[in-house]
Design a protein around this ligand. Structure first.
Ligand SMILES: Cc1cc2nc3c(=O)[nH]c(=O)nc-3n(C[C@H](O)[C@H](O)[C@H](O)COP(=O)(O)OP(=O)(O)OC[C@H]3O[C@@H](n4cnc5c(N)ncnc54)[C@H](O)[C@@H]3O)c2cc1C
Length: 378
């Protein structure tokens, strides 16, 4: 096999977006995927492109990434289902409405447009919601995509510029300048980027990535009409717990008249079976917010494994002890959103370009190497 400038191992949305970015910059690229493009965690995600403000680094990466998606939107095929529906963060009580105030200042400081809705404006926007909510924060620039086809679109754009899509055979080992495939073939590459999501530690032992299981369910058509991605503000509390299972209301309107409902989080759980007890908790929570869901039939429920890091931020950059190996993994529950920005940050470092945001908070050296920098848990 002829050598390439960059071999990317893992054809999820992160690897595919990187193949797109590097091939656009003129690099020769091979994308090595064990199965087919976008069939890992990417195929299990909700596809909410969301600016999240748990900490400054997360907000910088997510808000920039959402703006990169917006710039791409017009050129995306219809099948990617980009929908600029915006997000409504729902406040159930005065305490959650107070959280809206701090979100407003975080978002505005980062240049993200937001609007505060009182109860009357909220029910005008979303009449299907249960009574009793006190207001919401609207983030109109957020959007939704269909993740597996978004990943495929990135990979096909790269292929059209000459990138090699090597699907159906896993990489078995990574060595300086070489990717060894399970069929014995060896791919020579000047740079190697590991983008294998939750499986990344199997090719690079010691990476601080663990699974965080999540459940989703899609209804049949005829679900209550919802216009925004709806997320309860209580989600902020449940999303970052490190112990025990948690659920929070999260609903996404699909163009088909279905609703995609989430979500649950089970830190450290790496099994894929649907758990009836978790699903039931999740659906009860959803019906609290959308009473019209009562009696509604589900079409399908499934799970996925988020690749979680201890501080909730991805690993983007060179491995400090193996500088020939680059990392683009550990995107937890935000990898669909941040695929665009992550790809740009890694491409910028590989090409020696400056980046639109500070790349340092995402460097792998914060955990790896002889004296890893300590990072507070977000
Ligand atoms: C329930 C749920 C809901 C979510 N909702 C959202 C959301 O609304 N918004 C959002 O931004 N994010 C969301 N996420 C998170 C998002 O789905 C992930 O962060 C993202 O898909 C990670 O992408 P990835 O490319 O890193 O990993 P993956 O998609 O898992 O891709 C890794 C690829 O590597 C391949 N691979 C593995 N081992 C090898 C090997 N040895 N050789 C070659 N290839 C290999 C796999 O086959 C896979 O295709 C959600 C996740 C879950 C589980």
């Amino acid at each position: 096999m002829s050598a390439v400038d960059c071999a990317i191992v893992g054809g999820g949305i992160v690897g595919a977006a990187l193949a797109d970015a590097l091939s656009e910059a003129g690099m020769s690229v091979a994308l090595v995927e064990a199965r087919s493009i976008g069939t890992g965690t990417t195929a299990c995600g909700m596809g909410h492109l969301v600016a999240m403000d748990d900490n400054a680094a997360e907000l910088a990466l997510t808000s920039w990434s959402v703006s990169l998606w917006r710039a791409l939107a017009e050129g995306l095929p219809r099948a990617v289902e980009y929908d600029a529906c915006g997000t409504l963060w729902l406040a159930a009580d005065a305490e959650e409405m107070a959280a809206v105030d701090s979100k407003v200042s975080n978002y505005r400081a980062a240049g993200v447009r937001v609007e505060v809705l009182d109860a009357a404006a909220l029910y005008e926007a979303e009449p299907a919601l249960a009574p009793g909510l006190v207001g919401a924060l609207r983030v109109p620039g957020d959007a939704v995509v269909y993740p597996p086809l978004a990943a495929r679109t990135f990979a096909l754009r790269a292929q059209a510029r000459g990138a090699r899509l090597m699907t159906g055979t896993p990489a078995q080992a990574l060595r300086p300048g070489e990717v060894v495939l399970a069929n014995g073939d060896v791919l020579a590459a000047r740079h190697i980027v590991l983008a294998a999501g939750v499986a990344s530690p199997s090719l690079c032992p010691g990476l601080p990535i663990t699974p965080r299981k999540g459940h989703l369910l899609i209804t049949r058509r005829g679900a209550p009409v919802v216009k925004h991605q709806l997320v309860e503000l209580g989600y902020v509390k449940s999303a970052h717990g490190t112990e025990g299972a948690s659920v929070a209301f999260n609903a996404q309107p699909r163009v088909t008249g279905q609703l995609l409902l989430g979500s649950s989080r089970q830190p450290g759980v790496g099994t894929r079976e649907v758990e009836a007890a978790i699903l039931e908790r999740m659906l009860r929570r959803a019906a609290d917010f959308l009473p019209g869901l009562d009696g509604m039939q589900a079409l399908r429920a499934w799970t996925g494994l988020r690749p979680a890091t201890p501080d909730g931020l991805p690993l983007l950059g060179p491995h400090p002890e193996q500088p020939w190996l680059w990392l683009a993994c550990g995107h937890e529950g935000l990898g669909i959103t941040t695929a665009t920005g992550s790809a740009r940050l890694v491409a910028d470092q590989l090409l020696g370009r400056s980046s639109a945001i500070d790349a340092r908070p995402y460097l792998p050296e914060r955990f790896l190497g002889r004296t890893p920098r300590q990072v507070a848990h977000a």
